[in-house]
Design a protein around this ligand. Sequence first.
Ligand code: ATP
Ligand code: ATP
Ligand code: MG
Ligand code: MG
Ligand code: MG
Ligand code: MG
Ligand code: MG
Length: 269
Amino acid sequence: VLKMAKSSFEYVKKFEHDDSLLPNTWIVIRLDGKCFHKFADDHNFTKPNDLRALKLMNYAAYTVLKEYSDILLSFGQSDEYSFVLRKDSCLYKRRSAKLLTTINSKFSSSYVFYWNKFFEHLPLKYPPCFDGRIVLYPCDENLIDYMKWRQADVHINNLYNTTFWTLILKGQLTPVQAEKRLSGTVSADKNEILFQEFNMNYNNEPEIFKRGTILLRKSILHNKVNKSIIVDVHDDMLKDKFWKENIYILSVKKSKQNLMYIGPTTEII
Ligand code: ATP
Ligand code: ATP
Ligand code: MG
Ligand code: MG
Ligand code: MG
Ligand code: MG
Ligand code: MG
């Protein structure tokens, strides 16, 4: 057995601390773009929703799922993405910093690496960055409520932003006037403004805008063999139906066999 020669400097290693996460607990990693209101302006993002930007986020998340089979599902909206790791994951021995930094950096570098795929004639002006955090959830209910919380956030923001920008772009209001008009309004009022004044039915807005994107693994039969693929959906996680149909995702057994990526669905590309 080879033994590494120890230098007199090696004691400094002892200053590092153990940051391994509690076992048998859901690990959620959420990344969020830094100052993306400015980044969006600087790159002429369409208001209120730039589809290219959302697809790039989804694609960057897809590269993360492709690399880390311990991620069971993920959810993205606006400039944020959440990744859910299996409860029994031993990835990086559950070391918190290692998990957060590698997943954040894989996501961030993919965002830059694939920028041109989605913004063909628009150069990236500077390197964007993302913050990240890890939250642990002890039971399925907490995890499901987390997912519902993030998706409810999309709905609230998107209804507001859609009405706000419609008042500006189609109603010729200034941003200050639009903000004033919307202060104190509830969801029904905003739906009504869109419908009565602009003949817009909020329900007909694209699902990706209203609900964000869920990336999950599905099993398909390919050449008579079960293969795992990653798909993007925009389902309603606030409805019990979604969890009834997909609850199996949370208890999929770890398996290294037959894993194949047919790649992102056409929607992600
Ligand atoms: P922080 O650094 O605190 O996260 P932030 O400016 O990124 O600040 P967020 O609350 O994360 O604030 O909001 C992200 C902002 O990025 C949105 O409010 C919006 O202006 C912009 N943005 C993100 N994605 C898109 C998109 N697909 N289309 C249009 N604008 C977007
Ligand atoms: P881990 O994911 O655990 O960090 P690792 O393979 O990155 O695994 P490190 O201990 O970080 O292991 O070592 C980095 C290795 O990368 C070096 O041992 C060396 O082989 C290689 N490397 C890094 N920078 C250079 C460089 N400039 N020139 C040649 N090799 C390099
Ligand atoms: Mg923020
Ligand atoms: Mg942000
Ligand atoms: Mg955000
Ligand atoms: Mg190293
Ligand atoms: Mg290294």
